[in-house]
Every structure is written in C-alpha cells, then in structure tokens.
Design a protein around this ligand. Structure first.
Ligand code: ZN
Length: 511
C-alpha cells in the first residue's frame, strides 16, 4: 500500500481586538517553521503539531510540511500577515495536491479560532473558505482549535471534523493534534465517517474563569470527555469556551461533536451540552473569585504572613505582560517582603539595562507602555543584577521542547522587589521565567503573574494561595467595560437578561 499523503500546517494567534499593536509578519516569522524544520523542531513537543506528527509517523504516512506558526496571545493580526500565511498555506497545499506524486489524501491544520485582523472578524473561516475554493469540498481537512476559539458556524461547515483542547491550562495540545490525526486516518481507511455539528450557546466568560478545574466547568468538560465512551456512534466532543477579548460576531462558547455517519446524533449531543452551559451560566461566571487591587494586596500580605509558601498575585487583566497597576503598589508598599515579577515586557528598559551592564544603578521607566490602560510606567531607581540575551529550551508542561528566545533581557532589583524584563512579549506560565534568571520561587513571599489559566498547572500546587485582582487593563473581568463593535447581541453576561430558547439556534451541520 502506498503511504497516505498528508499535509500539515498551523497558523495561530489569540487576538485581543482592542489592543492598539498589531501582530505583524515579524512576530509570526519569529515562531514560524517550515519543511524539515517543522518536523524536526516540533516532533515530540507539547504542541498540536507534536500530536499530528506522532500519529502520522506511527502510521508511516508521507508528511508534507507546510508552514506552522503560533504567536500565542497578542493584538490583532495585521491584514498583511494574515494574507501572507494564508497564501503560503494555500500555495503549499496546491503544490502538494497537484504534484506528480499524486493528490493529497488529507490535511491537518492547527488554527486558534480567536484571531482577528483589522478588516476580518473571522479570519480562520476566511482561510478555510479559500482552502475549499482551491481544493474542493471532498478533501478530508481536520482542524484542531484552541479551547478559546470563537468558532463561526461557517467554520464547522468547512472542516471535515474539528477538535478542541479539553483543558485550560492547555496541557493536551499534543493529544488534541493526535485526536485529529487519528480521526483523519480512520476516515481514510474507511473505519469511520466523521460528521461534525456545532452549537453555540450565547455565553462568554472572561478567560480567568475558563480554568477547566473550576466547577461547574469541570463537570461540563467531564461530560464531553466521556461522551465517546458513553454514547455509541460518537467519535469526539469538544467544549470551546470562546475568547471574550476578540471582538467578533461569533464571540463565546461553542460545542462541537463528531459522530460516525450520523449528523443528527452529533447535533443532538452538541445541543444537549450547549443547553447545559446555558443553564449553568451564572455559576460559570465566578465573579466571587476576583478582588479589586486594594483588597487583593491586603489579602496577599495577610496570607504570606501566615504561610511560608509564596502567594501568587494574579494581575489577570494584563494582556501584554506590561501592566503596572499591581507593580506600582508593590514597589511602594513591599514592606520588606520578597516580591518577584517575572517577564515584564519592556524592550526599552531591557536595552538600557544591557547597555549599562550588571552592577549598574539606573533610573528606569518600567513597563506600562502597551496602551493607556496599562497603568503607566513605574519610575524608580533599580540595580541591574544581570543583563544579556536570554535563549533557552522550555521545560514546562506547555512549552516543553520549545526554543524560547526572549531577546535582550535583564533582572532588576528595586528594594525587596525583583523584576525580570524581556524584549519578546511572553507570558510566565511555568518556573522557567524564574529559574532561567536564577530566582528561587520558594524564597519569595509574593510572585506577580499575568497568566489567565495556564500558570495553574505549575503554580497551583506550589502556592499558598492564588489571589486574583481585577485592574482596568484590556483583559478586565468586567466585560461591560469593553468597547465591543462586532459581538452579536444577547450574549450573557454582556446582556444579563439574555434569553436563549435552547436547541438549536446556532446549530450548523457540516458535510
Ligand atoms: Zn487558549
């Protein structure tokens, strides 16, 4: 038997539509891998591609690597960057499909599902539409999406089947890629006829409440996870929480169910899960878990006096790793407490520290530069403890095996507060951000993080407590503060009196 010819690619970004900085070609290119470098760089990694490649390799498939780039979370993609990678993916697919080696048998893609550009509220849908226009409706195309995707009904009609991360923190990215790849092989070998249905209950959550260990979200995820075992004919199910900070008509939750040859069954189970989300919407919105800055600082200080373990103070509304609302207060009121702030994104300060060198004392304007909502810079004298380029291989559950390049970086001391500053905007979600700068987590009283859910996989078991503070930055938990222009009306909690008649208002069947 000749090997299956499978193309593999990825183009991912979680866009905060409201941020002024676009994510451009340079940003995507820094993360991009192509050809052999895609296979060699991502095989065995915790990425979606790692899962694609593992399953394809075991099946002795012929892998046709396209381009793969994942910029994590940032501002909107520029229109030029979107068009560049769309065109590169499509020309690679066309070339592979029309080559002398014969047509493609299938395609595996990783898309985030919450990308926006200045002129496109649904770029992933646009990309898939162009792919179908180029390659036709019959080619099996399996797509893995992030749990935070705001999926459009159109997207579900364009994928042969779609798959989402089950967990946030996203510790199952590779497994999600493997689910998509196994389903593709099952279709090609005639073992399954995957049909997908998508149902969208009108609910969206601030990212902070999409941690899948939180009740009752954990029960809904468990329900979806066991579906394929419990219900004959179901192949796969995914609950997508949506991404509240991408301004799109498709904002919010989606449930996708893949059934074997039975679109009606897929739709019925998707609608059942969607109805369950709608019924639990008030409980899913954990406003009780968030303090204002004043109360959160007091709580963190009180806990650290009674517990030797560090407290994680979470400035979750920060979307650019440079908010200073909490840092301003901690520098002014540290009271001798050992406070560490990892990965403050500030290329200007990093460059100044590198130029001055270790041992120098300088007055910096630290952070707060990404937008008018970031809190303004902290003007303070600091000692440069270390400065230089920081490049290493990631070790955490989500970044294992990935090359991390932070650019010019520095470790600064301001009294009892230490801050690492970096030039490439990256979230601190595991212990690498501390250990790579020689900072001991256990020796801290308070560690200031800006992650939403991903930090929990590492920090939750180690911290005395996680204290979440809300600040006015672009990721605030109070979604009514955001200037939505494209979101459809009637979404809870933007509309607290939203009504939904349940099944299947936003259902769409593919195939
Ligand atoms: Zn996500």
């Amino acid at each position: 038997m000749t090997a299956w010819r499978i193309a593999v690619g990825g183009f991912a970004l979680e866009s905060v539509s409201f941020l002024p900085q676009e994510t451009g070609l340079d940003d995507f290119e820094r993360e991009a891998r192509r050809g052999r470098a895609l296979i060699e760089g991502l095989a065995g990694s915790a990425s979606v591609a790692g899962g694609f490649l593992e399953v394809l390799d075991a099946a002795a498939a012929e892998i046709l690597p396209l381009v793969y780039t994942d910029c994590s979370a940032a501002g909107p993609a520029s229109d030029a960057a979107f068009e560049h990678y769309r065109d590169e993916l499509l020309s690679g697919l066309r070339a592979a499909h029309q080559s002398e080696s014969g047509p493609l048998d299938g395609v595996l893609l990783f898309l985030h599902g919450a990308m926006t550009t200045p002129s496109r509220p649904d770029p992933e849908g646009d990309l898939l539409q162009d792919l179908r226009d180029a390659l036709g409706p019959a080619l099996p195309v399996m797509v893995a999406f992030d749990l935070h995707a705001n999926l459009s009904p159109r997207t579900a009609t364009l994928c042969t089947a779609l798959f989402g991360f089950h967990f946030s923190p996203h510790v199952d990215m590779a497994e999600t890629g493997a689910r998509a790849a196994r389903c593709l092989l099952a279709k090609l070998e005639g073992r399954a006829d995957p049909r997908v249905a998508l149902v969208k209950p009108p609910v969206v959550l601030p990212s902070i409440f999409t941690a899948t260990s939180l009740q009752p979200l954990s029960q809904i995820v468990a329900d979806s996870l066991s579906l394929a075992q419990r219900v004959p004919g179901i192949l796969d199910a995914s609950v997508f929480c949506g991404f509240a900070y991408a301004d799109t008509p498709d904002l919010g939750f989606s449930v996708a169910v893949v059934a074997d040859g039975n679109p009606g069954l897929a739709e019925a189970e998707a609608a059942r899960l969607a109805w369950r989300i709608w019924g639990l919407r008030e409980a899913l919105l954990h406003e009780d878990l968030v303090d204002d800055l004043e109360a959160g600082l007091a709580k963190a200080k009180q806990i650290t006096r009674q517990d030797a373990r560090p407290v994680v103070l979470l400035e979750h509304a920060d979307r650019f790793n440079d908010s200073t609302w909490a840092l301003q207060r901690l520098v002014a009121e540290a009271e001798g407490l050992a406070v560490h702030c990892p990965y403050l994104w500030d290329p200007q300060t990093a460059a100044a520290a590198v130029a001055a060198g270790a041992g120098a004392r300088l007055t910096f304007a630290l952070g707060g530069k990404s937008s008018a909502r970031a809190g303004g810079s902290v003007a303070a004298e600091a000692e440069v403890l270390w400065a230089g380029d920081k490049v290493f291989t990631g070790s955490g559950p989500m970044r294992k095996g990935r090359r991390i390049d932070l650019g010019p970086s520095a470790l600064l001391r301001l009294g009892s507060v230490t801050v690492s500053v970096i030039s490439v905007c990256t979230s601190a979600i595991d212990l690498d951000p501390l250990e790579q700068f020689g900072v001991d987590f256990a020796a801290q009283d308070i560690v200031l993080l800006r992650s939403k859910t991903h930090f929990r996989a590492v920090y939750e078991p180690l911290a005395a407590a996680i204290v979440i503070v809300d600040t006015p930055d672009w990721g605030t938990a109070d979604l009514t503060q955001l200037p939505y222009r494209h979101a459809r009306s009637g979404i809870f909690p933007l509309d607290r009196r939203a009504e939904w008649q349940g099944t299947p208002l936003h259902a769409k069947l593919a195939n």
